[in-house]
Design a protein around this ligand. Sequence first.
Ligand code: ZN
Length: 285
Amino acid sequence: MGKIVRALSETGGVLCAAIDAFDIVSDIQKLHEASAAVTAALGRMAAAASLMGSMLKYEDDRLTIRINGGGACGVMTAVADYRGNVKCSVGNSKADAEDVESLVGSDGQLTVIKDMGLKEPYVGQIPLSSGNIARVLTEYYTISEQLPTVFTLGILFDDNLKVKAAGGYMVQVVPPVSEKSVMILDENLQNMSEIGAMLEQGFTPEEIALKALSGLGGEILDEWEAAYKCDCSREKTEQILLSLGRKELKRLADEHETTEVCCHFCNKKYLFNAEDMLKLLKKSS
Ligand SMILES: [Zn+2]
């Protein structure tokens, strides 16, 4: 299980959420059979989505981040709930590149979708200035939500390219905040060690959040466990097949002995034999 904590400064103007995402990112590497480069990129996305999800208010709220940067990994998507449970998908999980930034690419957009049970979800989009996920998300909050926010994300690998530490934190300034508090915060953030190294040294999310808020009377607000969690099911997969329409269903049933539908988020395979497909065809009429 990953762990998220949120901490607030004494005067309430500075919020910090920190996550130990080791388990989440290890699951990503395993489930997606991802290269180290893709794990590094998708893991950062997942950790960020988890942190942003933890800022949602209600149980059914969902947050989606999508980055379409034109890089070798293709489109990356991460979806989180209000407790930071997350799932993600990627165009090419085996892609490789010299570094995360070139793997992600910078020719495209970052899209953030917040589904809060309203008629229309909130959709924010900015052009990518780079393939640096933390930087792009920082820019998103400034441009799209006008909320000064800083993201720090990091993942370390061992000699066998297995994840050894993963996580990050986001710091948000909610005005009005005194100039002095902002100065203290700036200094704290400059003095923070590299996040991957901190996690590897055994710093907990509490310690990281309180370190970011040191001198600001920071206190832990809440904490919970977050995991890589896919909510796919056979019923949902049937709905997807039904949405293809009668003609396509019939074609699939005629041409294949077994129709296999693979979940993009967890790679679980759902198999439908001829009899299952006939039942679906009946349902669709
Ligand atoms: Zn799934």
